[in-house]
Design a protein around this ligand. Structure first.
Ligand code: KG4
Ligand code: ZN
Length: 369
């Protein structure tokens, strides 16, 4: 079964074809990072307009790269929640229209759940020798799919959660952030110390040449056993930067970056990254010990963080096979994959009934999926 996935919930316009929920046939991602970098963050109206411009070419390219015509496509899966309303509308409208015109079943996919399903991709389409020569290295995909029960650490720009999956469609939220998502903390700290948007990759790169012990930053203590909190850590960085720059706490954060030198900047990046990652790993380890899952996966943009991968593998007594970095950040392959498993258990939605839900939590899916 070949599924065309469509993703447009934030600032990536993406389309992909995946076969049987495990074989990647194509993966096209049009990133708007350069457009939004000028503003230091995603501007919703600009994002929606850019999605409109590229969605059709991106879908056509995904079909072409998969060597598929519409006849080969069995269903369409699209992100309908959560995300920016204008962005979600573009992808879902395209999917609804195509579902009607091409007469294909349509499956609505939750973006955060989709991130988890990036870990179920274990094969790539075979390529001709010519294609291999022109399209570069193959992805390093996991060798087998995760087994249930599966513990998922979901860490993105909007989410930080620990979820226990007993099976497809049968999951339990163990804990989540009580304030900022960890990716949001990476982005905000990057802004304070003067690293470019998006902050996650910038901090990860700067941290390589920094000293993670340079600044003592606190780990938050929370009552919920598997819950996270990152806003205190972000404020602690702000206070430490103000102290280092020799200004008081009323000094505006926007003016701080210019007072730091590169050594200080790299040290702040490394010190923040270490505490943020340790916080994630401490809670994952607790959940691992309590629930003894057969597999552990990480999902979402922050799962692309090399230090998080290294430290998690070091700490947990289980072999973890990570998805390639480009399947951790937003893409449509994860949507097509999640769509396949939805299609095994659910009826498709009527295209005219599909509505976007900008702030639907994954936990509320338990009653609908
Ligand atoms: O999943 P994603 O692409 O979009 C959302 O659904 O939010 O995640 C984006 C987040 C951003 O906060 C970005 O800074 C962060 O993922 N991120 C990283 C890395 N790459 C992306 N954070 C830490 N280290 C990275 N290498
Ligand atoms: Zn995402």
């Amino acid at each position: 079964m070949k599924i065309l996935g469509i993703e447009s919930s934030c600032d990536e316009t993406a389309a992909s074809v995946v076969e049987d929920g495990q074989t990647l046939l194509s993966n096209v991602v049009n990133s708007q990072i350069d457009i939004h970098a000028v503003y230091g963050g995603v501007v919703p109206e600009v994002a929606a307009r850019s999605h409109i411009e590229v969605i059709n070419p991106v879908i056509n390219q995904a079909l072409a790269e998969a060597n598929c015509t519409w006849d080969d496509i069995d269903a369409i899966a699209v992100t309908y929640a959560p995300g920016l309303i204008g962005s979600l509308l573009v992808g879902t409208l395209a999917a609804r229209t195509l579902a009607v015109l091409k007469n294909k079943p349509l499956y609505p996919v939750h973006h955060v759940l989709a991130h988890v399903y990036a870990n179920f991709l274990i094969k790539e389409r075979s390529r001709t020798t010519e294609e291999s020569a022109s399209s570069g290295d193959r992805l390093k995909l996991p060798t087998r799919q995760p087994e249930f029960p599966m513990l998922a650490l979901i860490v993105s720009g909007g989410h930080s959660q620990l979820v226990l999956f007993r099976n497809h469609g049968d999951f339990e939220l163990l804990g989540q952030t009580q304030d900022d998502a960890v990716g949001e903390a990476f982005d905000k700290v990057a802004k304070i110390i003067g690293l470019p948007y998006p902050g996650g990759p910038s901090i990860a790169t700067a941290a390589i040449s920094g000293n993670p012990e340079a600044y003592k930053l606190p780990k938050s203590k929370l009552s919920g056993k598997y819950d996270f909190s990152f806003s205190g850590l972000k404020t602690a960085v702000l206070r430490a930067v103000q102290a280092e720059a020799g200004v008081d706490i009323t000094f505006p954060s926007s003016g701080l970056a210019g007072l730091l030198n590169d050594v200080q900047r790299h040290n702040f990046a490394a010190s923040f990254q270490r505490v943020a990652i340790e916080t994630l790993i401490d809670k994952t380890e607790l959940a691992f010990n309590d629930f003894q899952p057969k597999s552990v996966v990480i999902a979402g943009g922050v799962a692309a963080n090399a230090e998080l991968r290294r430290m998690l593998s070091e700490r947990l007594p289980i072999n973890i096979e990570y998805a390639p970095m480009n399947l951790c950040t937003d893409n449509a392959a994860m949507v097509a994959t999640a769509g396949y498993y939805l299609a095994q258990r659910n009826q498709p939605i009527e295209p005219y009934d599909l509505e976007v839900i900008p702030s639907l939590s994954m936990n509320s899916l338990k009653t609908t999926v």
